[in-house]
Design a binder for this molecule. Structure first.
Ligand code: GYE
Length: 299
C-alpha cells in the first residue's frame, strides 16, 4: 500500500478523490460481500481516499454520516439508503453544498430534483418477476408466504411488486424479517402457526431463507420438500442450501460491483458525463447447481 505522504513519486493526498461512503448496515451475507467489494476497489491505489461508515440499519445514523461528509467537504458522496423515504432535507443540503451523490444499491423516493448523478444497483423488480415466474410455472398450486425485507426499502417494495405481478394470487400471508437471519427465523416460526397450510416461502434474501430453514426444521418439517423456499441473492451460504436441496430456487443479486463503482466515482469527480443508471446483471439457479459453480464465485 502507498503511504499517505512523503513517499517520493507517489501521489500526494490532494490528488486523491475524497469519498464518503455511507453503508446501510451489515445485515446479510450480501451486504458483507458488497462492503468487501467496495473496500477492495475504493482505494488509494485507485485514486480514492475512502471514509466508510456503517449505519447499522438505522436511518438516523445514515443521515448523521451524510451530514459529517458535508462538513468534511468530501468530493463525492456515495450511499446505500436503508429505506426509500425520509432523505429530502439531507439530500437538499448535500445539493446546496455542491457535492455530487452516487446512489448505490437501494433507491430513494424524494422530492429533491436531480438528487443524485448516478445510480448503480440491481433491477429488484425483475428479480421478483423471475422468482414469481418460477413459482407460477413449477408450483402453480403452492400457497406462498412472502418473507419481506426491510419494509420501505427499495429491495422490499420492488421485489414484492415484481413477484406479485406474476404470482400474487398465490400469496396467503406476509411478514418482514428485516433481511436478517434471526428475524427471518422468528417470522417463519410465527407463520408456521398462523398459516398452517403454507407450503412455499418466497424470501426477499438468502439470510431470511436460511433463518426459515431453522424454523422449519425445528417444527419437524423438511425445508425444500414440505415447505419449498425461493430466495434472492445467491451468496455462498444460500447456494449451498440450494445444493443441499433445502432451497429450491435462487435469483442472484450480485453485490460485487465495487470496481464499477470506483470507476463511476472517478468519472464523477473528474466532471465527466456518466450514465444515469448502471444495472448490475443477475442470473438465477435451481437445484441442478453444482459445487464447482459455487466454488467459482467470489461472494
Ligand atoms: O438482497 C439483502 C440485503 O439491497 C440488494 O439488501 C440489497 C439487499 C440484499 O440485506 O440481502
Amino acid at each position: 500500500a502507498l503511504s499517505a505522504c512523503g513517499s517520493g513519486g507517489g501521489s500526494s493526498d490532494s490528488d486523491l478523490v475524497k469519498v464518503g461512503f455511507s453503508q446501510l448496515g451489515a445485515e446479510s451475507g450480501w451486504r458483507t460481500a458488497n462492503t468487501e467489494s467496495v473496500k477492495e476497489h475504493l482505494t488509494e491505489e485507485n485514486g480514492i481516499d475512502l471514509t466508510f461508515v456503517d449505519a447499522q440499519q438505522k436511518q438516523e445514523n445514515q443521515i448523521k454520516a451524510l451530514r459529517d461528509f458535508v462538513d468534511q467537504d468530501v468530493d463525492v458522496i456515495a450511499f446505500s439508503p436503508v429505506i426509500e423515504t425520509g432523505w429530502d432535507e439531507v439530500l437538499q443540503d448535500i445539493k446546496d453544498a455542491g457535492i455530487p451523490v452516487v446512489l448505490v444499491d437501494r433507491t430513494v423516493d424524494t422530492t429533491v430534483e436531480d438528487p443524485f448523478v448516478s445510480w448503480i444497483g440491481a433491477d429488484f423488480t425483475a428479480e421478483g418477476v423471475t422468482a414469481g415466474e418460477w413459482v407460477a410455472e413449477n408450483h402453480p398450486d403452492a400457497k406462498v408466504f412472502e418473507l419481506q425485507g426491510t419494509m420501505g426499502s427499495g429491495a422490499q417494495t420492488n421485489r414484492q411488486e415484481g413477484f406479485r405481478s406474476v404470482a400474487g394470487d398465490q400469496v396467503i400471508g406476509e411478514a418482514s424479517g428485516n433481511f436478517t437471519r434471526t428475524e427471518g427465523k422468528e417470522a417463519v416460526e410465527a407463520a408456521l402457526q398462523a398459516y398452517p397450510d403454507m407450503d412455499l416461502i418466497f424470501a426477499h434474501n438468502d439470510d431470511m431463507g436460511l433463518g426459515a430453514i431453522e424454523a422449519i426444521e425445528a417444527a419437524g418439517k423438511v425445508p425444500g420438500e414440505d415447505i419449498r423456499i425461493v430466495t434472492v441473492d445467491g451468496v455462498h451460504d444460500g447456494l449451498t442450501a440450494l445444493l443441499e436441496g433445502k432451497f429450491n430456487f435462487v435469483v442472484e443479486c450480485n453485490p460485487a460491483f465495487g470496481d464499477q463503482l470506483a470507476e463511476l466515482i472517478t468519472q464523477v469527480a473528474a466532471g465527466e458525463d456518466v450514465p444515469a443508471e448502471t444495472i448490475v446483471v443477475d442470473q438465477a439457479f435451481d437445484q441442478t447447481i453444482t459445487q464447482d459453480v459455487i466454488d467459482a464465485r467470489t461472494f
